[in-house]
Design a protein around this ligand. Structure first.
Ligand code: NAD
Length: 353
């Protein structure tokens, strides 16, 4: 059985990844600092599971990372750990530089030092996969799509910190030969997403009868990928990606924010009509735009499709319906996020609060 060290595996994508990897027979050592975004409830199904070792800690703690690498000898590292919310990066960029840049550097150094000591066969098979975003490429006009050759032009403190981490990962390959892989993915959605992000935020506010805030004119375009498709792409790149390469991951599902919000309203109206029978679209309110708001992202994932045979399996209409249904069926999960009690939960040997 293979062991992988996953960082940030109590977050949205990392949590989904850990659940699916354990189900696929991989043993996971899960290193997560349990910031506000780390949610032990997401991993409840793995309580006491022999294939899941949870360790509460920081990717910037080189001594801890070195100990975990020596003790567990993972065949791969998958680095999800990051500060990930653009609005928070506008209010406080320093935490983003600390984890996404300084933390990633410390992790890379610890991994490099461990990798160098491995016997030949183990060293050749070892991989460090860095999970990143399409936001590093900046903003697009009406047409075109980001390819792996698009120059980096990050516009928010979040995307600037992710761009810096991507560059460090690349440099560790070119300078030290570390066998790295990088994926740059578009917006994810699906189960277990923290309700500060657009889709869960709108679902919960719509259900509560609150105003549904939409930035600017709502015509900003994002490409959306269902989270299980992202997890499958990461596994595929880990398995067969060419060392040192980057792979764009996207859902071929460009949507304007306002259309995403209207779709959620319609799904909820059909599933759980408002008491007064009014359509939830009436709750939409346009609010002052996010500073520096990128207008459009679109991703060309043809390299990943052509070279590694990956393709998204969940179309946006199906994925958004599944997501709405998941939030309707897991009001306990969201309630514990909203009242803060999720932070008091324990995972294995780690304690959340
Ligand atoms: P998230 O905010 O839901 O989860 C981040 C996790 O990292 C949390 O569990 C948090 O506790 C942990 N963490 C934060 N700082 C840490 C540190 N210093 N040490 C250890 N753990 C730490 O994020 P997400 O949406 O799941 O995103 C995961 C990764 O994927 C990020 O690197 C993000 O940049 C990237 N990404 C996200 C999206 C998206 O749409 N959400 C799209 C493309 C790429």
């Amino acid at each position: 059985m293979q062991t992988w060290l996953v960082t940030g595996g109590a977050g949205f994508i990392g949590g989904n990844f850990v659940l699916s990897a354990v189900a696929a027979g991989v043993r996971i050592v899960n290193l997560d600092a349990l910031t506000y975004a780390g949610n032990p409830d997401t991993l409840k199904a793995l309580d006491g599971h022999a294939q899941h070792v949870f360790v509460r800690g920081d990717i910037g703690d080189a001594a801890l990372v070195a100990r975990l690498l020596a003790e567990h000898r993972p065949a791969a590292i998958v680095n999800f750990a990051a500060e990930s919310h653009v609005d928070r990066s506008i209010d406080g960029p320093a935490a983003f530089v600390q984890t996404n840049v300084v933390g990633t550097l410390a992790l890379l150094e610890a991994v490099r030092d461990h990798w160098r000591t491995l016997p030949d066969g183990e060293r050749d098979a070892f991989r460090f996969l860095h999970v990143s975003t399409d936001e590093v490429y900046g903003s697009l006009g009406e047409s075109g799509a980001f390819t792996e050759e698009t120059p980096y032009a990050p516009n928010s403190p979040y995307s600037a910190s992710k761009a810096a981490s991507d560059h460090l990962v690349r440099a560790f390959h070119h300078t030290y030969g570390l066998p790295v892989l990088t994926t740059n993915c578009s917006n994810n959605y699906g189960p277990y997403q923290f309700p500060e992000k657009l889709i869960p935020l709108i679902i919960l506010k719509a259900l509560a009868g609150d105003a549904l805030p939409v930035y600017g004119d709502g015509r900003n375009v994002r490409d959306w990928l269902y989270v299980s498709d992202h997890c499958a792409a990461i596994r595929r790149v880990l398995e067969a990606g060419r060392i040192g390469e980057t792979y764009n991951v996207g859902g071929d599902a460009e949507r304007m924010n306002i259309d995403v919000v209207k779709t959620i309203c319609a799904l909820l109206d059909a599933r759980r009509p408002r008491g007064d029978g009014q359509p939830r679209e009436a709750q939409i309110r346009f609010v002052a735009d996010r500073p520096g708001h990128d207008r459009r992202y679109a991703i060309d994932a043809s390299k990943l499709k052509r070279e590694l045979g990956w393709a998204p399996e969940v179309a946006f209409e199906e994925g958004i319906a599944r997501t709405v249904d998941w939030y309707l069926a897991h009001e306990d999960w969201t309630q514990r996020v909203l009242d803060g009690s999720y932070r008091l939960e324990r995972i294995g040997q780690g304690v959340a609060a």
